[in-house]
Design a protein around this ligand. Structure first.
Ligand SMILES: Cc1cc2nc3c(=O)[nH]c(=O)nc-3n(C[C@H](O)[C@H](O)[C@H](O)COP(=O)(O)OP(=O)(O)OC[C@H]3O[C@@H](n4cnc5c(N)ncnc54)[C@H](O)[C@@H]3O)c2cc1C
Length: 425
């Protein structure tokens, strides 16, 4: 039995635990900073929905019963409605539906399935355990719990502790890997409303995503949930907070009545007040020059490659890491000394390509946004007759296929360069 220590019980760490345990020759111990989600009420402060497409779902399907369990708690979205201030929304249909699920529900199901499938001799998840130090020479972690600080020895360690990874911080500070970290130029606030207005006269589609562009850099994405709610993120530049001077729930309602009139009837004063009080969250991106340190330490998920959520791929790629690492273990008969550097060789180009795609697929300039909408709607229908003019945009290649990110980037260089130039000019 090979014992693996994982820091972080998010989507990446939990799915990797499933893959390792399914091999039959592993024991897994996970340390998670947050409390056990089975025993605490989930806060609505920082929860947000995720959309999983082909890549993430392929990784989920590698573990029996997971897709079935997730489908019960999510919604299959068939496309996107791009809402306008007046008139009918533009409809963008997707060839393959996305599974939309709240991040915390996803992790709760991954956790429950893990604990239901394996004996406690094989898997232990320790909550309220914050990793505060890594000593590579001694091969120990320092864990801080409510009662004490203690050491955990490891032979093999996986950093799956998200974009602000403590394990990565320590490794980078010791020069074991190089890593760039940047906040994206947007911040967000979570919004929750019912999908049906209180008087039942207005109902939003329950199997599509809904988006609005309110002004340059200010957007809203709302996602249906199984409980007949819409969960969403209101995104804006930190120096242009449109809500800054709105000090009451009524002022928020007036703002929505003016800027997003179609959504206003769904919003109660309570929703507006809760939205006003929620914190503004920042998103950190991470680019590392490798995904392993020797044959001992592996970095996966946001700890290794956090990206902007603009194209919704961070979790898809994090789940894919777990599946791809299991394939690498197959190739190297579970020899971590060989498998870890091989994982970096196979995966790094794709996760770096994902970074460019996340930064430069969605334009910010008004004209390019209109061009993108035109391509995704009318252009798509004209494509059979004019394939050279209406080539698929990176968004379509990302959403509808499982083509490696590096291949999508190669095929989309022209669009990506134009968006990059429009942002720097
Ligand atoms: C607003 C928003 C919308 C998004 N939408 C999408 C989408 O539609 N599709 C998509 O694919 N992706 C989306 N993403 C990205 C997605 O949320 C992440 O890529 C994904 O959650 C990464 O999973 P992870 O397990 O690597 O990290 P995380 O989800 O961050 O999990 C890391 C875990 O490690 C724990 N941890 C952290 N530090 C420590 C420590 N020191 N000790 C112990 N435990 C620790 C944390 O508590 C956490 O549970 C979105 C992100 C945001 C912010």
């Amino acid at each position: 039995m090979q014992k693996i220590i994982i820091v972080g019980a998010g989507p990446a760490g939990l799915l990797l635990a499933h893959y390792l345990l399914s091999r039959g020759n592993y024991q897994v111990e996970i340390y998670e900073r947050r409390p056990d989600p089975r025993s605490v009420e989930q806060s609505t402060q920082r929860i947000f929905p995720l959309a999983l497409q082909t890549r993430g779902m392929q990784a989920i399907r590698g573990i029996p019963k997971l897709e079935e369990a997730l489908t019960k708690e999510g919604i299959w979205a068939q496309g996107v409605f791009i809402h306008r201030k007046k008139g009918e929304p533009r409809k963008v249909k997707r060839k393959n539906p996305s599974l939309v699920i709240d991040r915390n529900r996803l992790t709760l199901i991954l956790l429950q399935e893990l604990l239901d499938s394996y004996d406690s001799n094989l898997v232990r998840v320790k909550f309220d355990c914050n990793c505060v130090g890594v000593n590579q020479a001694d091969q120990t972690l320092t864990i801080q719990s409510a009662e004490e600080n203690f050491l955990v020895s490891f032979e093999n360690l996986v950093a799956a502790d998200g974009s602000r990874s403590q394990v990565r911080e320590v490794l980078a500070s010791q020069g074991n890997l190089h890593c760039q970290q940047e906040f994206i130029p947007d911040v967000y606030k979570s919004l929750f409303v019912s999908r049906v207005s209180p008087d039942k006269t207005i109902e939003f589609g329950g199997n599509v995503l809904h988006t609005w562009t309110i002004a340059r850099g200010i957007r809203l994405v709302m996602v249906p949930q199984p409980d007949n709610c819409l969960h969403g993120t209101f995104i804006f530049p930190p120096d242009k907070n449109p809500l800054e001077n709105l000090t009451t729930g009524e002022a928020i309602l007036d703002y929505f009545a003016e800027k997003i009139p179609s959504l206003r009837p769904l919003m109660t004063l309570e929703d507006a007040e809760a939205f006003r009080q929620r914190p503004v969250s920042k998103i950190l991106t991470v680019k590392c020059d490798r995904l392993n340190v020797g044959g001992q330490i592996l970095l996966i998920g946001d700890a290794a490659h956090a990206v902007s959520p603009s194209i919704g791929q961070g979790c898809n790629a994090s789940l894919q890491d777990a599946m791809i690492f299991a394939q690498v273990l197959d190739q190297y008969q579970d020899d971590w000394e060989k498998a870890l550097p091989a994982f970096t060789s196979q995966r790094l180009e794709d996760v770096h390509a994902l970074r460019d795609l996340s930064d430069y697929t969605v334009p910010r300039s008004k004209w390019m946004i209109l061009e993108m909408i035109f391509h995704l709607t009318l252009g798509k229908r004209l494509r059979p007759w004019f394939p050279q003019i209406f080539r698929p945009l990176p968004m379509e290649l990302i959403m509808e296929e499982a083509t490696p990110y590096s291949e999508v980037l190669k095929q989309s260089q022209k669009w990506i360069s134009r968006v990059r130039n429009s942002m720097t000019s």
